[in-house]
Each structure stands twice: as structure tokens, then as C-alpha cells.
Design a protein around this ligand. Sequence first.
Ligand code: HPA
Length: 247
Amino acid sequence: MLAIIGGTGLTQIQGVKVLAERSPYTALGEASGPIIEAELEGRSVLFLARHGHPHKLPPHKINYRANLLALQAAGASEIIAVNAVGAIDPQLVEASLVMPDQIVDYTWGREATFYDGDYLPLDHIDFTFPYSYEVRLRLKAAAREAGLELHDGGTYAATQGPRLETAAEVRRLAQDGCTLVGMTGMPEAALARELQLPYACLALVVNPAAGLRDQEITLEEMQQALDKGLGRVLQLLRTYTTSKTSG
Ligand code: HPA
């Protein structure tokens, strides 16, 4: 079953029929909220609000491990993670949809693995290609079918937050090859891989990253971009659920 992890601005999917609520409690603590099983375009999907509903958990306090375990227990077989991001690549204007294909992880102090020797014996997963090729391919096909522009590829810089970056930090991220910046992409993607759950990121650009123009970043502009882009995110997810052939 498809699982959607909703980021900032997507704490609920409006207008869907809720079929069941699954427990947020796991062997590694409590997920951000109950896992909602809902009907989307006639199919059952799972939904979890990453920051809780209403939005309460900052990026560094999210129990990413519990979120992934709770989704797995509820029957997730693939995950689309929706993330609000800042754009480092100037071609990505506000409200663009982007599907990154790489990650650089700058986060710290988060419980970032199931293979810590306590929960599971030590292991080292391959993470050369952090996102599922198949899910990305199907998202791309769904975007085409829905007539939505979706930028294919990019490198997601996962920063610690909750503050935004300095201009110099963004210059460094750009030098590192990053094209997007957000606070919640890791360790989520790596944990999904550890559980062998196919996972892809659907990023919505809500601001140009710090220092890329003269002004500072405001919450109002982020909110406006969310309002502008979330309808297309939902449209894409709806098309994905009906058009996918497997998973
Ligand atoms: N930086 C980090 N995280 C973000 C940003 C940003 O500019 N915009 C939305 N999430």
C-alpha cells in the first residue's frame, strides 16, 4: 500500500474518506501521530503527518524511526515523502515541484539508523542511489499524465534547522552540488532503505534559499508558495494512486 508522509503544510489530506487509524506506538517510541488509512481515488493509502497534526514537532525532534516502523506495521509497501524546500538552483522558482535523486546529509544528533547494535545488529546498507528508481519513474509518469511540471533530479541538502541557513552556508551547499535544501529529508530516506521500503521525495519549493536575493526569507512567502503548490502536489498524488501498476 502506498504511504504518504506529509510535510509542512500537508498535515491532512482534505476531502478523503478515512477508513481506519493505526497506532503510532512502536518498539522505538511514538510516531508523529496515528497512521491514517484513507481512500484516495478508490484506493487505500496510508498517511502520516511528519510534524504531527496540528504541526508541532520541529525537524530535529521527529522520531523518524518510529514513523517508519509505524508505517511498515500499517502495511506500507512504498513511500512518497512530501517536503517543503528552499531552492538553491535559481531555475527552481517558488511552487515548483521537484523530485531529487541525491542527498547530502548535514543533520546531526538524530537517531539515524535501525542498525545501531541494539535494535538490530550492525549492518551497512548501500545508499548510492538514495531514492527508489521505480517510484521516481512512476511519479514522473503520473506528472506527465496529469499535465504537471515536475523537475526530475537534484540534490537535497538535509540541514538541521529549525533555523534557516546563513547566506554563506547556502553558498557552501551550492559548492557541494546541492540544488535544494530542507530539514526533514534525513534520516527518513535512509531509514526507509534500511527497512527496504521503496521511497521517493516529492519536494515543493517554498522559497529561494538564503542569500540568493537581497531580501530575507519570510514565513508569509513560504505560506503563499505552499498555498499555491499544494493543490498540484495532491493532484499528482491522486494521479499516482490510480495510474501506478504495482507496489
Ligand atoms: N532551508 C531549509 N529548510 C527549508 C527551507 C530553507 O530555505 N525552506 C523550506 N524548508
